[in-house]
Design a binder for this molecule. Structure first.
Ligand SMILES: Cc1cc2nc3c(=O)[nH]c(=O)nc-3n(C[C@H](O)[C@H](O)[C@H](O)COP(=O)(O)OP(=O)(O)OC[C@H]3O[C@@H](n4cnc5c(N)ncnc54)[C@H](O)[C@@H]3O)c2cc1C
Length: 249
């Protein structure tokens, strides 16, 4: 067995098509990881190691285990959902520089589409653990609330650190009343119908010049950057991660 071999010790179903794997017995290189970085994962397929696929490490960097949170898309990610606890995997990394200097930014806006929340979950879990004082606005777009996950944890974080959360539910027609979702215990968590438009952002964006981080599918990114331009914000300074497969072979 390869010296890189790690082990899946726990599997958590986050929602209909998103699963988290918790991994132990990984290499020393991961001890020095930063929030927002990713790893590549190989699984055993018909007696052979698969090709590596990239996934963000969704837990805090100080967490003793690695966690990856994976959406079922094609063949590989469907096999992930059937992995058994105890199975060996090969993980390499950590890679990437997304959110590298985020700790130093006082006013932060995170804009996520769907499973693009994973690097931000890592940062927020870290911020919660160290009780960071950075002010964060998280704008998270999903088709519906059923497509979101980690909601209880995010709600709790909104009371533990200076975090405002806006759930943009794109399947809900603009104007729909979503007050049924709101809870008085979590006054910094909001639910908005429709896309993450310039009008919506205008209502929530801090007045200072925030550091903006964006992670989601390319069409969503193009839309958001256009809306930021329309608000005369510097879309060129937005730090982006697209999850686009560049074919690590
Ligand atoms: C830096 C980075 C971080 C990521 N983090 C996450 C994460 O936290 N959670 C998560 O769910 N996903 C993440 N992804 C995306 C994830 O790697 C892909 O969704 C996954 O590898 C696709 O698996 P599949 O089952 O479709 O693959 P397969 O069935 O093996 O591939 C099907 C086909 O799609 C192509 N393909 C595979 N992945 C992509 C892609 N990303 N873009 C375009 N074409 C692709 C393949 O080349 C192949 O032709 C990340 C990607 C990157 C680059």
């Amino acid at each position: 067995m390869s010296k890189d071999t790690a082990r899946v010790v726990k599997k958590v179903r986050e929602n209909r098509d998103i699963t988290s794997l918790f991994i132990e017995e990984f290499g020393e290189s991961f001890r020095k990881r930063r929030a927002g970085q990713f790893l590549t994962l190989k699984i055993m397929q018909e007696g052979q190691w698969s090709k590596p696929h990239p996934f963000t490490i969704s837990c805090a960097p100080e967490d003793p285990r690695l966690r990856v949170t994976i959406k079922k898309l094609g063949v590989f990610t469907s096999l992930i959902h059937d992995l058994k606890e105890g199975e060996p995997v090969i993980v390499s990394g950590p890679y990437g520089g997304f959110c590298k200097d985020i700790d130093a930014r006082g006013e932060i806006v995170m804009i996520a589409g769907g499973v693009g929340i994973t690097p931000f979950l890592s940062v927020l879990r870290h911020f919660r653990n160290i009780r960071a004082r950075n002010h964060v606005l998280l704008l998270w777009s999903n088709k519906s609330l059923d497509d979101a996950f980690a909601l209880d944890e995010l709600n709790a974080m909104s009371r533990e650190i200076p975090l405002t959360i806006v759930h943009n539910l794109s399947r809900e027609a603009p104007g729909t009343d979503l007050s049924e979702y709101a809870h008085q215990d979590f006054p910094a968590v909001f639910y908005e119908p429709g896309r993450c438009s310039r009008d919506l952002m205008k209502r929530y964006l801090p007045s200072d010049d925030p550091a903006v981080f964006l992670c989601g599918p390319p069409p969503m990114q193009d839309y958001i950057l256009g809306e930021l331009d329309a608000l005369e914000m510097d879309s060129g300074s937005v730090e982006k991660e697209s999850f686009t497969w560049k074919g690590i072979r």
